[in-house]
Design a protein. Structure first.
Length: 318
């Protein structure tokens, strides 16, 4: 199923989807009809504040949603895969939690695979509102791009435990009606703070202009990098496959993901190893070998450097 949607807010997206699949919207929430899957999409408009959209569903058929750019005055923060589903073995690797921040000036297209569980929180905030919350350092290039530039941008980070905790509060807390907007405003601003705190830790590099084609290619490269975590990424091959120069791939990948391709691969590899250990379905040795480590001592050292605990101790406390 393909939905071509033109809208400028999360509420508009909910209404457009609801109209396309003939589903009612009650109190800002649309339940997915059984014909299409299970779950819901919920919109929360906070007066004089950000707008939140919560998406928790599983679809029976593949869904492709395209929208026109929401407008350069909006900033969109998306927190993906809030819940880790231990039973979803097929998508464990691609369902690691990650957060994106992007300009409203980037056209939006998203593919929702069938029989995949989606758990996402989207926060949309006007750039003028965001400026009242943040007083950026003049030397932070990415902050200047987000708050004062009309150039399209997108940045992505893996979700920290603190972000994960706040996102879970948004999903699970039932606030009293008279305090609901207050609660959601605080939690939305807390997530914004936590994501910007992570962005501030990046190397301060000059940003290069982005276009939609480059963004799509860099995300295809990212998907290729994590497709098989037992194989070390090869920059030359990746650049050739996707028709980009090596230097361009290197700088755009670092600009969007805040890391080199190899360091991103290693970070993702260790986060995935942590999830496999939490599931307790494989031994430490099996996990190490699955991720391409022939030397388990080397695997243990890298894991401890990333998580702060050796794999066996990590398994005991998780």
């Amino acid at each position: 199923m393909i939905l071509e949607i033109n809208c400028e807010s999360p509420e508009g997206l909910i209404s457009a989807i609801a109209k396309a699949i003939d589903a009612p919207v009650v109190d800002g929430t649309m339940q997915i009809p059984p014909l299409y899957g299970t779950g819901y999409i919920k919109g929360i408009a906070i007066p004089n504040g950000p707008t939140i959209m919560i998406r928790q569903y599983e679809l029976k058929e593949e869904l492709n949603i395209s929208t026109n750019a929401t407008g350069a005055s909006s900033i969109v923060l998306t927190f993906h895969n809030i819940y880790h589903d231990k039973d979803d073995k097929k998508n464990q690797k691609t369902s690691l939690p990650f957060a994106q921040i992007e300009s409203g000036g980037v056209d939006y297209q998203e593919l929702f695979s069938s029989k995949t569980k989606f758990n996402t929180i989207i926060i949309m905030i006007d750039v003028e509102q965001l400026r009242t919350l943040i007083n950026p350092k003049n030397d932070r290039t990415e902050m200047q791009d987000i708050l004062f530039s009309n150039k399209p941008f997108i940045f992505e980070e893996l979700i920290s435990p603190e972000m994960h905790n706040v996102a879970n509060q948004i999903l699970t807390t039932v606030a009293p009606p008279h305090l609901r907007d207050f609660f959601y405003r605080i939690k939305a601003e807390e997530l914004i703070y936590l994501l910007f705190s992570v962005l501030e830790k990046r190397d301060n590099l000059s940003a290069y202009p982005l276009n939609n084609d480059d963004i799509k290619k860099i995300y295809l490269i990212r998907d290729k990098v994590i497709e098989d975590l037992s194989v070390k990424p090869n920059l030359m091959q990746l650049a050739k496959i996707y028709g980009m120069g090596e230097s361009k791939v290197t700088r755009l990948f670092r600009q969007i993901f805040g890391n080199s391709i190899y360091n991103y691969y290693q970070t993702f590899r260790m986060d995935y190893a942590g999830n496999l250990i939490k599931d307790k379905n494989l031994s430490i040795a099996e996990i190490g070998y699955q991720l391409g480590f022939s030397n388990l001592s080397h695997f243990a050292r890298l894991f401890e450097k990333h998580h702060g605990l050796k794999p066996k101790k990590y398994a005991k406390v998780n």
